[in-house]
Write a protein that binds this ligand. Structure first.
Ligand code: G3I
Length: 331
């Protein structure tokens, strides 16, 4: 296997990737990540349910594996995520609401404190608003109302003043009702002196439906003094089966996907304050999508055999001498 890529280390716009801690046992996966990316995000290893099997136990094993890769290879890290309604340990929901704020503060202090000075950006609060812009009724909201958002940012900043602290959500790439609500929320947080430093747009898209006003939308958050980032980009497409019952995709969709990635990279790059463009998965063989969206998949830049798709050059074209020669690395 040989990979020839040349990343421009001085370029503030970094292509990143979500890392599946379990996949690090695969030497090809482990080797590809640092060759292609300058920034990584643990896909699941730093989520509440991964870290907190019980109220009195913190399990950092998987998170530390991702950090070991990052620090061995000089990769920046986006920590993900501290306050979210999903992938929460069951015992949190069993707590009296009055105890949850203490649990969240202890969680954030402990987790952010453990990696203080080692994680560049944190998704402090993930998906706190519904698509209509109203606050999502999460276990944290039930306990403290909307103030849990400001509390979470303050606790994270107390634990690591050097980390850049982001609010993050999906369906906020373009101008619209939801991103407008974030624009109002972020301005209120800033006015209250809350240490919020970044706005993350996840970027989960369907082929043929690229964002159309993403540059303008991200730029308005940047004009508030924030960093912005594309934090979880993937572009799914319909996946069928051929007569041999082998999964297959439409060649036109692959080209359309490449065009959509090109559109998203260009819009993100056009915002000087955009510091990360994170792919939410290395390849179609390491993807959350098929289990979540039946009949869809093939969302990433490498296929299931780690071979580059047209989307690979769309993302890496100007950065990498994209000669990715990878044998069918997986058995
Ligand atoms: O760890 C368990 C394992 O013990 C068990 O045997 C296995 C079978 O059920 O499940 C494993 O947990 C899975 C986990 O990923 C780790 O692989 C969960 O079932 C599965 O639901 C979970 O999916 C993750 C999903 O978030 C959960 O909502 C995806 O990998 C992850 O890519 C996805 O990422 C989220 C971002 O964090 C936030 N934005 C949306 C994005 C997509 O949902």
């Amino acid at each position: 296997m040989s990979i020839e890529t040349t990343g421009h280390d001085h370029d503030p716009f970094r292509i990143g990737c979500a890392v599946d801690a379990d996949a690090l046992d695969d030497p090809v996966y482990r080797q590809l990540i640092p060759r292609l990316f300058r920034l990584i995000t643990p896909e699941n290893a730093m989520k509440f349910v991964s870290l907190r099997p019980s109220r009195d136990v913190f399990d950092f094993a998987a998170a530390d594996r991702v950090m070991e890769l990052a620090e061995a290879e000089g990769l920046a890290v986006r920590g993900h995520t501290l306050a979210w309604h999903s992938q929460l340990s069951e015992w949190v929901g069993e707590l009296p609401a009055g105890e949850r704020a203490d649990v969240l503060r202890d969680h954030i202090h402990t987790v952010v404190g453990r990696y203080s000075g080692r994680i560049e950006q944190w998704d402090v609060v993930n998906e706190p608003l519904d698509d209509d812009g109203a606050p999502r009724r999460t276990p944290w909201f039930e306990a403290s109302g909307i103030d849990y958002i400001a509390d979470a940012f303050r606790w994270a900043h107390e634990a690591d003043p050097s980390a850049r602290l982001f609010i993050n959500d999906y369906n906020v790439e373009d101008l619209g009702e939801k991103s407008d609500a974030y624009y109002v929320l972020v301005q209120r947080l800033l006015a209250e002196g809350v240490p919020i430093h970044g706005f993350g747009a996840q970027g989960h898209r369907i082929v043929g439906d690229p964002p159309t006003t993403m540059r303008e939308n991200l730029q308005r958050f940047a004009d508030l003094g924030l960093q912005v980032a594309l934090t979880e980009v993937d572009i799914r497409m319909p996946v069928g089966v051929d007569e041999a019952s082998v999964a297959c995709v439409n060649a036109a969709d692959l080209e359309r996907q490449a065009s959509d990635y090109t559109t998203m990279v260009a819009a993100a790059r056009a915002v000087p304050e955009c510091t990360a463009f994170v792919l939410w998965g290395l390849s179609d063989g390491h993807s959350w999508i098929p289990e979540t969206f039946a009949g869809f998949g093939a969302a990433h830049v490498l296929d299931g055999r780690l071979q580059p798709k047209p989307a690979f050059d769309a993302v890496f074209g100007e950065q990498a001498q994209a000669a990715v020669e990878v044998e069918a690395a997986l058995p």
